[in-house]
Design a protein around this ligand. Structure first.
Ligand code: DC
Length: 225
């Protein structure tokens, strides 16, 4: 089988991670969650007390980014993020980090810094890479491009279930997801957008299995196994 790449983009909590991992396992290829890299930088920025936005007041500099040693390790099919030798993976999924990652990702200095890192990751191995700008910017020549979305309401419910949060959190989670999507779609640099040649999957009324089977057959058709 020749090397191939799959780009999965879409808004927050659309099921990109769960589906990408399952597809990676089915094809025996590398899985890369690029959002986790933005989250790691934002964790480092929060710890360092850096101002992120507005961009003209941002304290994120190239010199500071260069001091961060970020490694990605794969353990038992889980992507672990190592920041300056510390495994920070378990600190990355809070709402505070989600919003800070969205803030950080609006900064062109951060996007430029991460572009090469992401391309290098997919350079040598068949990969499925998920994020917001994978099909449009990071891997414009990806073999298959998917834009995975679902209604904000169903994404909110899925996120609550995933984080084990009660239904009383519904409205605050919905507004946090809407806020993040709006910011990710309206930023100047590499906004969240469906690539022209991406296939749109709206998973609002689909089961996880249906989404995976749909992506699986799109890939099989494309690479012709
Ligand atoms: O996929 P995620 O929710 O873990 O991503 C966190 C934030 O990082 C998201 O709100 C926007 C940003 N991001 C990005 O701008 N580009 C990517 N390729 C991946 C994530």
């Amino acid at each position: 089988m020749h090397k191939f790449t799959i780009a999965i983009d879409g808004p927050a909590a659309a099921g990109k991670t769960t589906n990408s991992k399952a597809i990676a396992e089915r094809f025996g290829i590398q899985y890369i969650d690029t959002g986790a890299i933005y989250r790691t930088i934002s964790l480092a920025a929060i710890r360092a007390g850096k101002i992120l936005l507005p961009a003209d007041q941002s304290e994120i500099t190239q010199e500071w980014l260069d001091t961060l040693k970020i490694e990605i390790q794969n353990q038992d099919n889980e992507q672990r993020m190592i920041l300056n030798e510390e495994d920070v993976s378990d600190f990355l999924r809070t709402e505070r980090i989600s919003m800070a990652a969205s803030d950080c990702s609006a900064l062109s200095i951060v996007r430029k810094h991460l572009l090469k890192i992401q391309r290098d990751l997919a350079e040598s191995k068949s990969s499925i890479m998920e994020g917001r700008d994978i099909g449009t910017v990071v891997l414009p020549d990806a073999t298959v491009k998917i834009f995975l979305t679902a209604s904000p309401e169903s994404r909110t419910i899925r996120r609550l279930l995933q984080l084990g949060l009660p239904h009383s959190e519904y409205h605050s989670m919905l507004s946090s997801i809407n806020k993040r999507d709006k910011q990710d779609m309206n930023r100047k640099e590499a906004p969240l957008r469906k690539a022209k040649d991406a296939i749109l999957i709206d998973s609002t009324d689909m089961t996880l299995q249906e989404v995976q089977d749909t992506i699986f057959s799109i890939v099989i058709n494309k690479i012709g196994i």
